[in-house]
Design a protein around this ligand. Structure first.
Ligand code: 5GP
Length: 175
């Protein structure tokens, strides 16, 4: 099968992830340690790269929600599949997302995590589809703004395929 055409190259991703890590490290420099919460599954590669480039003390948690299943149309409903395991009360939380599309998932996640009473919550996403925004949600760190197209690679899938591509590519789903 042909590889998806490149939208954002591996080099461009690595450069931007390094910039984000520098910015996050400087913003949290005097705040003690932070907890990075990766949203499964799509954020796992971004989280791995970003977390290793930070220069501040950090720990890692994961949370899982169901959103689009294996198709590429939003069901509109977001459901919690796995909550964080560690105690995040009074800690500085940084949510790590692969992509923010309508904003519903991030908005839902902020609500869930607020119930754990962290000291603060900020949000970081590698990709942002600004045109697709339906819910007003604050995003503190954005890697790249992209158009309203389906992207795969660097953790993102289409029907579980293409997650391990080293770059962000585009595909045209048939459904
Ligand atoms: P939202 O709730 O913001 O509409 O959607 C967020 C979730 O939808 C992401 O975490 C991701 O799972 C999925 N998503 C939205 N757009 C894309 C895309 O272009 N490619 C992939 N692989 N997932 C997407």
């Amino acid at each position: 099968m042909d590889k998806p055409p490149v939208l954002i190259s591996e080099q461009a991703i690595q450069k931007r992830v390094a910039e984000l890590a520098e910015q996050v490290s400087s913003d949290y420099a005097n705040k003690g340690d932070i907890v990075l919460i990766g949203v499964l599954k799509g954020s796992f590669i971004f989280l791995a790269d970003l977390s290793r480039k930070l220069t501040i003390p950090r720990t890692i948690e994961f949370i899982a929600v169901s959103s689009y299943g294996s198709s590429s149309t939003s069901s509109g409903a977001v459901r919690l599949v796995m909550d964080v395991r560690g105690n995040i009360e009074n800690r500085h939380v940084l949510i790590i997302e692969d992509i923010v599309d309508t904003g519903r998932t991030l908005n839902y996640l902020i609500g869930i995590l607020e119930s754990h009473r962290p000291a603060s919550i900020r949000t970081c996403t590698l990709l942002h589809k600004a045109e697709a925004a339906e819910v007003d949600v604050d995003i503190d760190y954005i890697g790249f703004g992209i158009g309203d197209e389906w992207v795969v690679g660097y953790g993102l899938d289409f029907a579980e395929r293409d997650r391990t591509l080293p770059y962000i590519g585009t595909i045209t789903p048939d459904d």
